[in-house]
Design a protein around this ligand. Structure first.
Ligand code: Z5A
Length: 218
């Protein structure tokens, strides 16, 4: 790529159920992108997460994840997720991509389909409407879906101690979430790359590196 051709921003997301290793693998991906050069230039990388990624969106995250005595309705949960996303896109994601930076996000809208759609049972067409409203045409270029049986992820995550409002859900909820991710991947097979997260960390890292090479030329 010559100096006359600015780096094209890429939007990469990492998804999966609890404890499958998103944070761990995001650290691998970060290292890989930061050590790469495209056309002799370093890549500007913006690391972010959902819900969150801005001061305001992180406040919404706290509302979403803090256990409380008042039951949060599923519609409230859905709207809060998209309110945080609107702020995140406008303040962080869209400006970064526009200037040619790469954005690496721990979760994005596939999580909404999986958790609020398949997990909570909200009509998928309603999620689609909000997705169009909030995102316009913005979709990730690449989504790495880390997959492992729910028990394995929950066992890995439980080592961390206190559970948030969503982590307090029962195993059957996370089974539905996992099925939701599989359905999302079936719908858009070109965008998704599946990572077998049951393997040991070294093998998982190798899978991730192969995907980055195949899909992004890193
Ligand atoms: N949510 C939603 O409902 N709707 C939405 O639209 C969005 C989100 C965007 C955010 O949590 C919550 O918001 C989430 C969905 C909901 N639900 N919950 N709960 P989050 O994404 O911030 O956190 P999380 O999903 O709970 O992620 P996590 O538990 O932090 O897990 P992780 O990042 O996938 O795992 P990890 O921390 O990398 O690894 C867990 C442990 O396993 C750690 O000790 C690792 O060293 C170990 N590990 C990882 N991989 C391996 C392998 N391969 N072998 C052995 N050990 C491993």
């Amino acid at each position: 790529m010559s100096a006359a051709q600015p780096l094209k921003g890429r939007f990469i997301t990492v998804e999966g159920t609890e404890g499958v290793g998103k944070s761990t693998n995001i650290a691998f991906i970060k290292k890989r992108i930061e050590s790469a050069c495209i056309g002799g230039e370093k890549i500007e990388l913006v690391m972010t997460r959902e819900p969150g990624g801005t001061e305001l969106a992180e406040e919404i995250r706290q509302i979403l994840l803090t256990p409380r005595s008042e039951t949060m309705s599923v519609d409230t949960e859905l709207l809060l997720v998209f309110a945080a996303r609107a702020q995140h896109i406008n303040s962080v994601i869209a400006p970064a991509l526009a200037r040619g930076a790469w954005v690496l996000s721990d979760r994005f809208t596939d999580a909404t389909y999986a958790y609020q759609g398949y997990g909570r049972g909200i009509d998928i067409t309603r999620i689609r409407q909000l997705e169009s409203f909030v995102q316009g045409d913005l979709r990730p270029d690449l989504t790495l879906l880390l997959d492992a049986p729910v028990e394995l992820g929950l066992a890995r995550a439980s080592a961390r101690g206190e559970l948030d409002r969503i982590e307090l859900e029962k195993k059957c909820f996370f089974e539905k979430v996992r099925a939701g991710y599989a359905a999302q991947m079936q719908r858009e097979p070109e965008r998704f790359s599946l990572v077998d997260a049951t393997q040991n960390l070294c093998d998982v890292k190798n899978q991730v590196h192969r995907i980055l090479a195949d899909k992004l030329g890193l």
